[in-house]
Write a protein that binds this ligand. Structure first.
Ligand code: SF4
Length: 380
C-alpha cells in the first residue's frame, strides 16, 4: 500500500499533462498507481491557484486525509504558498512546485524513510518543499505515460510572460520557456508509436511559440505532416499574438481542428487596459471576423471574467453586448477573485458579491442560450 500512489488533479490541461508526467516518473521509479485513495499509501494533489474557488476545493480535499498517509501538494498552490502550506495543513508531508516535478519520486522515498511509525516529528521538522526550480529537464516528457490511449497532450511551452493583471500564472510557473521543436516532434512521434492518433499542443500562450528557428505556424505545419497522426489542436491562444497567418494555416492544414479558444476576458476597453491584456475590443472583434472569413465552419470559444475591480454596469454591458454580438460556440465565465502576487490584487475588489453573482448569472444565461442554439454544451 505504501508504494501505491493516488493523484488528484485540479485546474487546466497543463496540470493534466503534468500529472501524466509525474505518473510516468513514478512508474519508472517502481511506484504503482491507483485510482482509489483508499488503496493508496501516498496521496498527491496537483493543484491550481488560478481562482480562489479552485484553492478552496484543494484545502477541503487535503483536510479529509488525516489517516497517516503520505500527502504531497504539487503544482501552482505549492509554488504560491511554499512551506506555508504546512501551517494550514499539518498533515501535508511535502510541497513541490511545477518546475520541480522531476524530484517527486526521490522526495517520496525520503518521506517514506522518516515517516516510519516510531519516528514522531513536529511541524516542519521533517517536511520537504522544493519550489526553487526554474527550468524542467526535457527528458521528463518522454516517459511514455498517457492517461488516454488515443490522445496525447504535448507541452510546447511552459510559463507565461504576459502578466495579465489578474493572473498568478507568471508568478507560479515562471516566464515563458519554449521547448525545442525537435524535442516536441520526437515526443509526438513516440506517442504515435504507442498508437495515439490525436494530439493537443499545450501552452499558456501558444501563439508566442518560437524556438529561435521554428515559430508556431511552422510548428503546426511540421506536426500536420506526421505519419499516423489523424487530428490535432492547440490551446490556449492570446489575441495579441494571434494573426491572419494562423487562420490561413488552420484553413490549409487538413489534420488541424478548426477550433480556436481565444479568451476575450472583457468587452470593455477600460477593463481590458486594467487587465493588461494588450488589445482593444475592436482589435479582438476584427480578429475573429478574419478568423470566421478564412476558416470555414470555424468553432470559437472564449473565457470571460465578470466583476473585475472597478467594473461598472456600463463595462459589464460592453461585455454582455460583445458576447451577444460574437455568438461564441461556448464560453467559460468566471467571477473575479483576487490572487496573491498579482497587480490586480492591489486594486480594491470593489464589485460587491451580489453584483458579481448577478452579472455572472446574466451572462451565463445569455451564453447558454447561444450555446444551445449552436449545439455546444460546454458553458460554465
Ligand atoms: S496570458 Fe495572461 S491569463 Fe493567460 S496565463 Fe498568461 S498571464 Fe495568465
Amino acid at each position: 500500500m505504501t508504494k501505491k500512489v493516488y493523484i488528484k488533479v485540479f485546474g487546466c490541461q497543463m496540470n493534466v499533462r503534468d500529472s501524466e508526467v509525474i505518473c510516468g516518473l513514478l512508474e519508472k521509479a517502481g511506484y504503482g498507481l491507483t485510482d482509489s485513495p483508499d488503496k493508496a499509501g501516498i496521496i498527491l494533489f496537483n493543484t491550481c491557484s488560478v481562482r480562489q474557488h479552485a484553492e478552496d476545493r484543494v484545502w477541503s480535499e487535503i483536510g479529509r486525509h488525516k489517516d497517516g498517509k503520505i500527502i504531497g501538494v504539487l503544482g501552482c498552490m505549492a509554488q504560491n504558498y511554499k512551506e506555508k502550506i504546512f501551517e494550514r495543513a499539518p498533515n501535508v508531508d511535502f510541497v513541490v512546485g511545477p518546475s520541480d516535478i522531476d524530484k517527486v519520486p526521490g522526495i517520496i522515498t525520503r518521506v517514506c524513510r522518516y515517516k516510519l511509525p516510531d519516528k514522531a516529528h513536529s511541524l516542519n521538522e521533517a517536511k520537504i518543499w522544493e519550489t526553487g526550480g526554474e527550468k524542467r529537464t526535457g527528458d521528463i516528457y518522454h516517459t511514455g505515460f498517457y492517461a488516454d490511449k488515443d490522445h496525447a497532450f504535448v507541452v510546447i511551452s511552459e510559463g507565461c510572460s504576459n502578466y495579465c493583471s489578474y493572473c498568478v500564472v507568471p508568478y507560479v510557473r515562471g516566464e515563458i520557456r519554449h521547448r525545442m521543436s525537435r524535442d516536441i516532434l520526437k515526443e509526438i512521434e513516440e506517442a504515435l508509436d504507442k498508437g495515439i492518433t490525436k494530439v493537443t499542443l499545450l501552452g499558456q500562450n501558444v501563439n508566442a511559440y518560437s524556438d529561435g528557428e521554428v515559430n508556431f505556424v511552422k510548428l503546426l505545419q511540421l506536426v500536420n505532416r506526421m505519419k499516423g497522426l489523424q487530428e490535432f489542436s492547440f490551446i490556449t491562444s492570446h489575441p495579441k499574438n494571434t494573426a491572419v497567418d494562423l487562420f490561413k494555416a488552420m484553413a490549409e492544414l487538413e489534420k488541424l481542428k478548426k477550433y480556436l479558444h481565444l479568451p476575450l476576458q472583457s468587452g470593455s476597453d477600460r477593463i481590458l487596459k486594467l487587465m493588461n491584456r494588450g488589445y482593444s475590443r475592436k482589435f479582438y472583434l476584427d480578429l475573429i471576423e478574419e478568423y470566421r472569413k478564412i476558416v470555414k465552419k470555424a468553432v470559437l470559444t472564449t473565457d470571460i471574467i465578470v466583476g473585475f475591480p472597478t467594473e461598472t454596469e456600463d463595462d459589464f454591458r460592453d461585455t454582455y453586448d460583445a458576447l451577444k454580438g460574437v455568438e461564441f460556440d461556448c464560453a467559460y465565465i468566471f467571477k473575479y477573485s483576487p490572487r496573491t502576487h498579482t497587480e490586480a490584487e492591489k486594486l480594491d475588489d470593489d464589485v460587491v458579491k451580489k453584483d458579481k453573482e448577478k452579472r455572472h448569472k446574466l451572462i451565463l444565461e445569455l451564453q447558454k442560450e447561444i450555446s444551445r442554439r449552436k449545439k455546444c454544451e460546454n458553458t460554465f
